[in-house]
Structure formats: C-alpha cells, structure tokens
Write a protein that binds this ligand. Sequence first.
Ligand SMILES: NC(=O)c1ccc[n+]([C@@H]2O[C@H](COP(=O)([O-])OP(=O)(O)OC[C@H]3O[C@@H](n4cnc5c(N)ncnc54)[C@H](O)[C@@H]3O)[C@@H](O)[C@H]2O)c1
Length: 442
Amino acid sequence: MSDKKNKTNLCMIGTGYVGLVSGACLAEMGNRVVCVDNNIEKIKMLNKGKMPIYEEGLEELVKRNVKAGRLFFASSIKEGMFHKGHRAEAVFIAVGTPPREDGSADLSAIEKVSQEIAENMTDYTVIVEKSTVPVETCLWIEKTVSRFNKRKIPFDVCSNPEFLREGVAIEDFLKPDRIVIGVPSKKAEFVLRKVYSSLSKYPMLVTDVKSSELIKHASNSFLSTKISFINAVANICEKTGANVEDVAKGMGLDKRIGPAFLKAGIGFGGFCFPKDLEAFYWLSKQKGYDFELLKNVKEINEGQKKWMTAKVEEELWNLEGKTVAFLGLAFKPLTDDMRFAPSIDIAETLKSKGAKIRAYDPVSMENAKKVIKGIYFAKDAYDCVKGADCVCLITEWNQFAQLDFSKVLKLVKHPILIDGRNLYNPSKMREMGFTYKSVGRP
Ligand SMILES: NC(=O)c1ccc[n+]([C@@H]2O[C@H](COP(=O)([O-])OP(=O)(O)OC[C@H]3O[C@@H](n4cnc5c(N)ncnc54)[C@H](O)[C@@H]3O)[C@@H](O)[C@H]2O)c1
C-alpha cells in the first residue's frame, strides 16, 4: 500500500474516530502525517502506543506507521504544520462539529483551528475540511484564514468529506466506494490527487467545494431516510401481521432500491446520522427551503426508541422495581462510541418509570459509564441477565448471537426477550420457551 514516490507531508488536526483513522491510513498510503490534538492525554497515550478509541486493526496500523517513520503525534498545530523540518503541504481539519440546541452544527472548533492554521502557514497550503460541515463552511474558513493570514501566504480551502463507518473504518478508508474532493483550483487538485494517488483504482469525484460539502450531508440524510423508511414499514408490518424481513428482501431485490440499510430496528444513533440530519434540516430552513421530509425521518427515529420501552411495558405492566437487562449499549456493534446511542434514551425512560437496569457491552462500558448513571454495569452477558424480568437486545454484537440460551433461561427471572435488532430467529426463541418480541416480524 505504501508508495515512497507519493510522499506528501500532511497535518491532520483532530485525532478522534475520523482524524486518527484517516491520519494512520494516509500514512499507510505513503504520506508523512502528523496527527495533532489539543487533548494532551490523547497525544500522550498515542505516543505510548495506546489507542484512545476502539477500532478494529487500528493499533497495529498506527504502530506499523510510527515504526516506519511516516506517522507522528503532536499537541500543537504549529508543531504539526512544521514538524522536524517538514512543512505540511496539506492540513486536514477533522475536529468535532457537534450539534447545538437548535440543531445547527457547532463550528467553533473549525473556526479556532482555521485561525491557528493561518498563523502558522509559511508557504502555499491546502486546507482541507474533512469534518462534516454544512455547505458554505468553506467560505467561513476562507474568511477566517484571510483575516489572520498577516503575511499574505497563498492558500486554498478544499472539501474532502469522510465516509468511513466506525467498526470497519480502516477498510472503508483504504477501499472506499468513492473519494470526493471539492477544490477551488487546479493547484489544490494536484496536491489532493497526490495525497490519494495510491487509491487511484477507486472512483474519485472532483467537484467544486460547495457541492462536495453537500454530498456528505445529503448522503447521510439519505441513509437515515432509508433506515426510518424501513422502520415505518416495520410498524405497518406489526399492525398487519406481515414480516418486515421479507418485505425488505423483496424491496431490496429491486436494483433501484438495493438491499443495504433496509434493516428494521430501534433506530439509528452515533455521532453522524442524528446530528447531520438535524444540521441539514436546520440549513435548509436557513436557506428558505423547509426540507420537511428530514423532520419526519427524525420523528420516526425517535419513535423507534420508544418502541423498546413500549414493548417492555407491554410485557411487564408496572415497571417499578422490575429488572431489565440490556445486551449491548453502543449505537452499533464493533465500536465503543456511545454518542447518541439509542440505549441512553431507552435507559433514561425505563429508569424514570422505576425499572432497575443491568447492562453489558463488549467494548463500550467505559464510555457508557460516563453517559448513563444509576445502572448496574455487568461483568459479562450472563451476569447481565441474572434475575432479569425482561432482557432487551440493544446492540447486535456477534457474541450476543452466540449466547448459550439454555444458560440464559436458567439465569433470568422471567424468559422475556425483546429483540431490538432482529438478531434472533423468532420460532427458535419461542421453542426454547421465551416470550419473544422483535421489530416488525410476526
Ligand atoms: N465518527 C464517524 O464515524 C465519522 C464519520 C465521518 C465523518 N465524521 C465527522 O468527522 C468529524 C470528527 O468526528 P469524530 O467522530 O472523529 O470526532 P471526535 O470527537 O472523535 O474527534 C475530534 C477530535 O478533535 C479534537 N479537537 C477539537 N478541537 C481541537 C483543536 N482546537 N485542536 C486540535 N484538536 C482538536 C478533539 O480533542 C477530538 O480528539 C465530525 O465532523 C464528524 O461528523 C465522523
């Protein structure tokens, strides 16, 4: 994968789920990358070879590239942009863009780093937005950089949205469906093509900066729409006795629809879909077009989280003093990310009704403890279900598919299983003696 001829000096600002994976992959592709973060603890950990996040294969990838002298860590943008005699030709911004109360994206970290980049440029620099941002953020970055660029160093602001999925992030980065770059000049395009030259067999779309910014928000909102659509269909299935799995299969065989993202469940979460959907909706209103479909997509998703609590109540009646076990907490398998995980709202609702919660997740326990208080964090899945009046499958981790259910049956107080991800076979579970409920399946 690494290609010495392709060596471009890069600085990656923000060493989170996107920045760290992107930085390590860009190094693997032959570039010399300095990953910067203002969280000193993260940089200290990385310099000791420890990963601040859970992502399959990341530790080996980071270690390999550090050893090869292609990947470095720094706690200041100044050091990242001029590192041991190497000046960064391109500076990527991969800081967080969290949602504000009103749904808009908080771009203050982008503004802050833009200023610092401006103050540390010494020669033509390509500034690349990798964070997910609303269309026209590039104009604000350009304005900010110009304001603090006292020495009038030439620069370009580009967009290069990231489409990786947590859990399979490295594979997504190194074998992408597409690379999108939005560039304002041929010079910037040349630099970004050089950065990505070792991925030349994958499709690259070169467009203007605003279109590139929009591609990311439109893509994530479309995927959220697909999930909410099938969840709405699942609700109709539940009311009519149809089976959402067969309906999704029948829909997905149509090439115009495709089978991906047609899995009914308790809704989407994570750091991307909920906030990008909100931010895109907010932006549409700002621009004088009410993209109301997106509001409905969000409402359907909120409804799915309520599905789980409604099912628990249907089975247990009053929740006061009852014990509910959560198998899984992260918003999806293979990640420790708890940001906007449906488990948070479900836990809060059940707790407010007096239920006691026992929970277990293979990797997100530490992050979960920071955002869900007053519940018991179990040692493993079997400890989790001990004495439970009802077991809820929240995240479809493979290890939950492999559970020994004869053991589970002996540990629970009542054999009630609410499957929020349609992980189990309904007839098998019922044959084993469970009262079993899943999403949109009879
Ligand atoms: N997580 C995903 O799966 C994913 C996928 C595609 C795109 N994105 C987008 O990428 C962006 C980053 O997401 P993330 O999940 O990596 O977030 P994150 O919170 O994991 O990482 C952001 C990092 O930026 C650092 N940071 C903040 N301000 C800084 C500053 N002034 N100087 C240096 N470092 C600073 C933080 O300390 C943190 O480590 C967001 O816009 C997100 O929407 C995320």
